[in-house]
Ligand binder design. Structure first.
Ligand code: ASP
Length: 439
C-alpha cells in the first residue's frame, strides 16, 4: 500500500496541529508522501499566511511599508519551529524573501512561500527529506499543468526517495519561475503526486470529517457521506458543496485512485471516501447528497410546433451567446424551452435579451423568473430505484413549496429542481428529511 497525504492550512496552523499531523503520518508506514499547505487560521478572526503574503506583495507593489505584516509571517513560522524544537536556518531564508519583495518579486513567488516554509518545517520535524515543488511540478508556457513532464520527473525523483514532504500550491514555469495554482491549490498538488507515484489512496486531511449530505448551515446535523463517486462529487460541488479544490479530482480520477477526506482533529473518524465507482449495491443510498444555490434566473420560451421548427433551440442559444450569456441548464418540453442562467449574467441586459429573443425566435410566450434557487438531488442509486422523483415532489408539496422547474439529466444521477429563492431552506430541509438515512 502506498498513500499520499495532503494536510490543509488549518491542519498545519500551529505547533499543536503539526504534532497531530505528525502522529497521523507516523501511525501508518504506508503514509509516505506528504503535501503541506501554508499555515491557515488558528481561530475565526485569524489570518492565513497566504493572505498575509499577498498583502505584503500588494504593499510592496504600491511602495508602502510591508515590514510589519512580513514580521507577523516570520513570527508565526519561527514560533512553530521553536515550539517543535527545530533548528532550521529560517532567518536567512526569510530575509531572502524580504529582499525579493523589495526587488519586485512576482505575486506567485511571494504567495508560494507559505507552503515552502511550512513543508520545510514539517520535513525537519518528521526527519523526512524535503522535495521542492519547483523541482517536480511543472506548468507549460500557457500556464496549464504540464502533466507529462511532472509525472516523469516526480516518478523518477520519488523512486529514489521512499518518503518525502512536498510543498503544495505551486510549481515552476518552463523558465523556472514560480507559478501557483488558484487558491486552495494544495489539493491539486496532492492529487498530482498521488497520480505520479500511482498511490493506492490519496488522503486529504482537513478540519471536517468529510462531506455531509446537506449544508449544515441550513439543515440541522446532516448525516455524513461515507462513500461518494467522483461524478456525484462533481454534481454536488457544482452546486456549491466545497471540500476539495474542483481541479483536484482530475489527476487521481484519471488513475482511479480513491480520495479519503479526513479530519486532523478527529483522526478516528473514517471520513468520506471518493471513489471511481462503488462495488456493491449495498453501498448505495438512493440519495447521496443534496446541494443547492440561489441566484438563478429562468427564461421560459413557448412556441407552438417548436418541436418541428428546425434550429429553434440553436437560435435561442445563439441570441444569448451574442450577449455573452452562458447557460447552466436547458430543460425543454415539446413546445417549450427553458434556459436557466445565473442572475449575475443577466444583470443590466434583461430588456435587451428579451427584445433580441422576440426578434430572433418570435415566441408565443416569453417569461423570466428571477430569484430562483436550484437544488440538485444527487444519487448514483437513483437509476435503480423507482419513484425517487415522486418522493422528492411529494416532500416539497407537503410543505407547500411550488416547483418552478425540473431537470432530470439523462445520466439519472441527479434531479435538478428550481424553486423560489425564499423557499430554498425549506425545500432543502424537506428533501433531506425524506432521504436521510435511518438512525
Ligand atoms: N495556501 C493556499 C491558499 O490559502 C493554498 C492551499 O492552502 O491549498 O489558498
Amino acid at each position: 500500500m502506498l498513500k499520499v497525504l495532503k494536510f490543509g492550512g488549518s491542519s498545519l496552523a500551529d505547533a499543536d496541529q503539526f504534532r497531530k499531523a505528525a502522529a497521523i503520518i507516523k501511525a501508518d508506514p504506508d503514509r509516505r508522501y506528504v503535501v503541506a499547505s501554508a499555515p491557515g487560521k488558528r481561530f475565526y478572526e485569524d489570518e492565513k499566511i497566504t493572505d498575509l503574503l499577498l498583502r505584503c506583495y500588494q504593499l510592496a507593489c504600491d511602495r508602502n511599508p510591508f515590514e510589519e505584516t512580513f514580521q507577523r509571517i516570520c513570527d508565526r513560522f519561527k514560533a512553530i519551529a521553536a515550539a517543535l524544537q527545530l533548528s532550521l536556518p529560517l532567518d536567512e531564508e526569510l530575509e531572502r524573501v524580504k529582499n525579493a519583495l523589495q526587488n519586485g518579486a512576482s505575486a506567485d513567488y511571494v504567495a508560494s512561500r507559505g507552503e515552502y516554509f511550512n513543508a520545510l518545517i514539517l520535513a525537519s520535524y518528521l526527519e523526512v527529506p524535503f522535495l521542492d515543488a519547483a523541482e517536480c511540478i511543472f506548468f507549460n508556457s500557457s500556464g496549464r499543468p504540464d502533466t507529462l513532464r511532472t509525472n516523469t520527473v516526480l516518478e523518477n525523483r520519488l523512486a529514489m526517495m521512499p518518503r518525502a514532504v512536498i510543498p503544495g500550491f505551486y510549481g515552476a514555469m518552463p523558465d523556472g519561475s514560480i507559478k501557483t495554482f488558484s487558491r486552495g491549490g494544495s489539493d491539486i498538488t496532492g492529487s498530482i503526486v498521488a497520480e505520479a507515484v500511482d498511490a493506492d489512496l490519496y488522503e486529504n486531511w482537513t478540519d471536517v470529517s468529510g462531506l455531509l449530505m446537506a449544508d449544515p448551515r441550513i439543515v440541522e446535523n446532516p448525516a455524513p457521506i461515507d462513500v461518494i463517486t467522483y461524478r456525484e462529487l462533481r454534481e454536488l460541488s457544482y452546486m456549491g458543496a466545497t471540500v476539495l479544490h474542483e481541479e483536484a479530482v482530475f489527476p487521481v480520477r484519471r488513475s482511479g485512485i480513491p480520495i479519503n477526506i479526513r479530519n486532523t482533529n478527529q483522526p478516528e473518524d473514517p471520513g468520506t471516501m471518493i471513489v471511481p465507482h462503488t462495488e456493491t449495491e449495498q453501498q448505495e443510498r438512493v440519495v447521496t447528497g443534496i446541494a443547492g444555490k440561489t441566484g438563478f434566473a429562468a427564461l421560459y420560451i413557448e412556441k407552438d410546433m417548436m418541436n418541428s421548427e428546425l434550429g429553434y433551440g440553436r437560435r435561442v442559444l445563439e441570441t444569448l451567446e451574442r450577449r455573452g450569456i452562458n447557460f447552466e441548464h436547458l430543460p425543454s418540453g415539446i413546445d417549450t424551452i427553458t434556459v436557466v442562467v445565473s442572475s449575475a449574467e443577466l444583470e443590466g441586459k434583461m430588456d435587451a435579451v428579451v427584445a433580441d429573443l422576440k426578434r430572433a425566435v418570435r415566441p408565443d410566450a416569453l417569461q423570466i423568473y428571477d430569484n430562483l434557487a436550484l437544488l440538485a438531488v444527487v444519487g448514483r442509486g437513483m437509476i435503480r430505484t423507482p419513484g425517487v422523483a415522486a418522493r422528492v415532489f411529494s416532500a416539497l408539496a407537503e410543505k407547500g413549496i411550488n416547483v418552478r422547474m425540473i431537470d432530470q439529466g439523462s445520466s439519472e444521477l441527479n434531479i435538478i429542481i428550481g424553486v423560489a429563492a425564499e423557499d430554498y431552506p425549506a425545500a432543502l430541509n424537506a428533501i433531506y428529511q425524506e432521504f436521510k438515512p435511518e438512525e
